[in-house]
Design a protein around this ligand. Sequence first.
Ligand code: ADP
Ligand code: ZN
Ligand code: MG
Length: 477
Amino acid sequence: MDKKYYPTIGLEIHAELKTSTKMFCSCENDPDEEKPNINICPICMAHPGALPVINKKAVENVIKVGLALGGKIADFTEFDRKNYFYPDIPKGFQISQYKYPIVSGGHLADFDITRVHLEEDTANNKHDRGDFSLVDFNRSGLPLMELVTEPRTFENSEEASKGASSFAKELQLILWYLGVSEANMEKGEMRVEANISVSPDKSKFGTKVEVKNLNSFKSVEKAIKFELDRMAKLLEEEKGGEIVQETRGWDEAKQKTFSQRKKESSHDYRYFPEPDLPKMYLHEAFDLEKIKKEMPELPQEKRERYKKDFGIKDEDIESYINDPELGKYFENVSSILSSEKDKIVLASNFITNDLIGLGKAVNEFLREELLAETVGMVFNGELSSRAAKDIILVADGFEKGKKIREYALEHNMLQKNDEGEIKKIAEKIISENPEAVASYKGGKENALMSLVGKVIKESKGSANPQVVIKILKEELK
Ligand code: ADP
Ligand code: ZN
Ligand code: MG
């Protein structure tokens, strides 16, 4: 590519909200129902004359998201009809929000947020049964949150694709922490659409293309890279290729985007306020201060607290952020270790290097006090870190009340710190290895380590290396 193009990305993300009932009727909200057309009623089946009722919990969930993102919660908000024809929306319109979304503004990761609004999900068309299609209405009318970001210009396609997928990941975490959505992308509970354009001029946007069907963070990245590449190639064509504004799909099998339809614009939808629903005055209908006060700790706050309080590695912190149960386990161990940072760092190493690798659920790990005891014993020299690793892998099977020290004694795993005993071994090794002794005395530091190794070997691995070094140095002075 001769020229440099600046990629611009804007994201539209839908998430199904976790409520007990649907958005406008009392049907169960059960995304796992496998039998088709079980959770349905005249309202979500679009029978004429059926009247919708707003699910207050769904509105509250969007408010929580808005507060978490630092957005402004609207005072006045309303629902609108978005008119279009498709078999998955037999009313002929989707109830959505247009001019007055619940949330405006906010910020997350690399993106400014335009709005977050609430709408109803559509039914599910099944096209995989032969030369006819079926419609399953279980999903019809589920509460669906839509978040729209402002366009963000990046320096290159690497940053653009990473920036977009990191945003989606961070949003998913926030939805989990708030408990408002399962947001599982593979299950379609969270769906990402990426608007993509390129421009040689950083201060001007190019024509955008919208890519749909992104079912994983990986496909978000790959589709954006593919599309940016396709666009740059078009612009480089001799005859002057042209980027058309359109909606494209991502073909996971072929790892390519493909044209779906030329983009409609908002006036095609003939939006107008939904006459069957009341307007909402959120500052009256909700105690926003109370909601704010009761918000859980968010991923970013937790990251900062972990960094400040524990001084552990960023990778360890991410493991705890992504798995809050593991984070809780780590915090419990830390509190037993009081605030001794060195010990906490070692405990964190054992958790992320050794315990995670076992593939066990956190509640099957050794009890927190046993891990804390192990760490304490490594620090006072009673256990080598090798022995500590061996013990924590078996200690999840300990009956209640059994201590690490007891087990280490029974299995002869305690490290020997007894200077008299180590001295005896050291003297034996020194007399057997005159060459190594001579070369250490002649100034070769390395020779000491070979003697240390021999002493530890002679002790069958039980001598504390720190003590061995100290004694050898004294003996060889
Ligand atoms: P439309 O009316 O076509 O839906 P919007 O202005 O509502 O367009 O924007 C939809 C999404 O597209 C937003 O996320 C926005 O940030 C993004 N977007 C707008 N213009 C561009 C552009 N030139 N390049 C990339 N994304 C864009
Ligand atoms: Zn219903
Ligand atoms: Mg739009």
